[in-house]
Design a protein. Sequence first.
Length: 95
Amino acid sequence: MLKITAQWDQDSIQLILEGRLAGPWVTELERVWKNVRPSDKGAYTVDLSGVTFIEEMGTELLRRMWQEGAALTTIGCCNRTIVEGITGSGPDTDS
């Protein structure tokens, strides 16, 4: 199960995810992403703090979202490692 909450501010969108990013929930997140991302390339963030598991297909979707300009935020060592692998940032990098 994956809960997806979209929060809009004046010029930004935040997707807050809770649960497992796996199986059909990857497809559901992609559908939501396509429907809510700003067409003017405003700021958008994907909050992974409440995600308990990310499968490979979920990681690939997050990579595409990041490449299209989404900021990925999280807490916890497992999800942080995944985000660092996507963004190329980490404790030993300057990014």
